[in-house]
Design a protein around this ligand. Structure first.
Ligand code: NFE
Ligand code: MG
Length: 577
């Protein structure tokens, strides 16, 4: 009988993700299955709707990267109708994108992924003075790490720990796990930044609301341009964005980047985080224009981790298939012809050996059949990793000057070889590099906007829809979790087909008909788990992708049928909700 470890749900992510792995007698993962157990329905909902409404609806795919789907929906329709939006609108969209990237990556590193690297209970044993001095090793100008400030952080967390609810949001982690590597002082530095990041992320959210009217689910994009005209023409609103941008960028450079350099130093000797890159093909698409000719991100494909060769991205080679997904029609289809017809086949009974070594009878994924609500996107028949690591790898291959500068500096600051990027640790570092890209260079879009406003105040392009004509168009670009594309067909003035191929779909999708694993699955194979009842290594690697399962599935049961039951023990969770 095989030994099967099931982690369900993976917490500190968006949505519902289940991971099942098979381990050998040495507790090394030999096979892995990634499954979304959540079902939603946005591609179907926008059918037969006015294409001008699509952006507002598809942004409901997700509550995290709402702006990404909003912009994708609007831009796909603009592409279909042949609309070229004014430069001011392009730059304002970039400023909103910069705001999103800063917010999203900060929250992910500290509040979703941080506790995979940082042992909070150890921070309570630290000497604050020593920690304060140590912070200068990782930043010339460290943030939130004065000795008094750090002592105060310890006091706050000790109060938490001794209160009725125990460690509160920090409870139920894997404290004392042997693969935690930070010293007590290093843990205290990260903990102080964790708390500070709670304030800074609010500033980043406000940045989005300046031009978006609100966050999440901003409101100011429209087919043809943007509607936030009064904000663009008001110097005090522009000034607000700039002040907030500087505050967040400062945190990225003095805290986030410094903490990742520190993590690289101590974790470069931890074998379990130096694996975790099973699919070595990477796809990225240009995004965030900062002037009339340059974007922060580059377009292309890198195969087998070979950054000496940048391959052109041919959009015709993108497909999605459903061999192991709960949909009808298993065939790989290009998204313009994609289908989204559910075909739920459920779980199966399995005899297996559990983490404690005892035989168990359990419901498990039907791994020979269909086992996920996520489809399997492929490029030219191959799986691709998308996301910050892909952005950095493709950026280096494309000789993108800004990405190359930051990535080269990171390798210099840490003494790591390039190969180290192809790992769980590298993926987490790549996200910091990507965040720094927006923190250091997002200002260029701001300057381009201000300069252009001196002679041109246009914010929207006129257009018309001919109901007798058929249109098709797409958005393809890069959002915080990787390359996102939306594909629309318009007929009789309404949407006739809509498909979203989403970053977490690329990464979290199940095997395909050729048994090729997607990036989550492949990243786990070969990892040794120290303690099968505490599979921190699985969680760390999966978290390094920053999963968003709402995005990955973007379907829901419109009849309100029960899909599955979740039993949560509030006492075990140790929280007071
Ligand atoms: Ni729901 Fe998203 C991003 C998109 S998901 S967060 O970034 O698109 O992969
Ligand atoms: Mg889709």
């Amino acid at each position: 009988m095989t030994k099967r470890i099931i982690v369900d749900p993976i917490t500190r992510i968006e949505g519902h993700l289940r991971i099942e792995v098979i381990v050998d007698e040495n507790n090394v993962i030999t096979d892995a299955y990634s499954s979304s157990t959540l079902w939603r329905g946005l591609e179907v909902i926008v059918k037969n709707r006015d294409p001008r409404d699509v952006g507002f609806m598809v942004q409901r795919i997700c509550g995290v990267c709402t702006y990404s789907h909003y912009k994708a929906g609007i831009t796909a329709v603009e592409d279909a109708l042949g609309i070229k939006i004014p430069f001011n609108a392009e730059m304002v969209r970039s400023l909103m994108n910069v705001s999103l990237v800063l917010h999203d990556h900060l929250v992910h590193f500290y509040h979703l992924h941080g506790l995979d690297w940082c042992d909070i209970t150890s921070a309570l044993q630290a000497d604050p003075k020593k920690a304060s001095e140590l912070a200068f090793k990782y930043s010339k100008n460290p943030l939130a790490t004065g000795a008094d400030e750090l002592a105060n952080v310890q006091e706050r967390v000790k109060k938490f720990a001794s209160a009725k609810q125990g460690l509160g949001p920090f409870a139920n982690a894997y404290w004392g796990h042997k693969t935690y590597r930070f010293s007590p002082e290093q843990n205290l530095i990260v903990l102080s930044h964790y708390l500070k990041a709670l304030e800074v992320q609010r500033v980043a959210a406000k940045m989005m609301a300046i031009f978006g009217a609100k966050q999440p689910h901003p409101q100011s994009l429209t087919v043809g341009g943007v509607t936030c005209v009064a904000d663009i023409l008001d110097p005090s609103r522009l000034g607000d964005w700039l002040t907030q941008y500087k505050e967040v960028a400062d945190f990225v450079n003095r805290a986030y980047y410094a903490d990742v350099v520190m993590a690289a130093e101590v974790y470069k000797n931890e074998p379990s985080v130096l694996k975790g890159c099973g699919v070595r093909n990477f796809l990225c698409h240009a995004e965030i224009p900062i002037n009339r000719s340059e974007t922060l991100y580059s377009t292309g494909i890198v195969r087998n981790g070979d950054i000496s060769k940048l391959l052109d991205l041919d959009e015709n080679l993108i497909t999605e298939e459903a061999t192991h997904s709960w949909y009808k029609n298993d065939k790989p289809l290009h998204p313009y012809d994609g289908q989204t017809e559910p075909n739920y086949t459920g779980f199966v009974d399995k005899d297996t050996i559990g983490p404690d070594g005892n035989p168990i009878h359990t419901k498990a994924l039907d791994t020979d059949g269909k086992y996920s609500w996520i489809k399997s996107p492929r490029y030219n028949g191959e799986p691709m990793e998308v996301g910050p690591l892909a952005a950095v790898v493709v950026g280096l291959a494309a000789k993108n000057p800004r990405i190359t500068k930051i990535a080269t500096q990171f390798l210099k600051d840490t003494g790591l070889p390039l190969e180290a990027l192809f790992s769980t640790l590298g993926r987490t570092a790549a996200r910091a590099i990507e965040c720094k890209l927006s923190a250091d260079y997002g200002i260029e879009a701001f300057n381009s906007l201000v300069e252009n406003l001196k002679s041109d105040q246009t914010t929207c392009a006129p257009y018309s829809i001919d109901n007798k004509k058929e249109y098709k168009g797409r958005y393809i670009g890069n959002v915080p979790r990787g390359t996102l594309s939306h594909w629309v067909r318009i007929k009789d003035g309404v949407v006739s087909n809509y498909q979203a191929v989403v970053p977490s779909t690329w990464n979290a999708g199940p095997k395909d008909s050729k048994k090729q694993m997607g990036p989550y699955e492949a990243s786990l194979v070969g990892t040794k788990i120290q303690n099968l009842t505490q599979p921190l290594e699985i969680i760390r690697t999966i978290h390094s992708f920053d999963p968003c399962i709402a995005c990955a599935v973007h379907l829901m049961d419109t009849k309100g049928n029960e899909i599955s039951q979740y039993k949560i023990d509030p006492i075990a969770m140790n929280c007071n909700i």
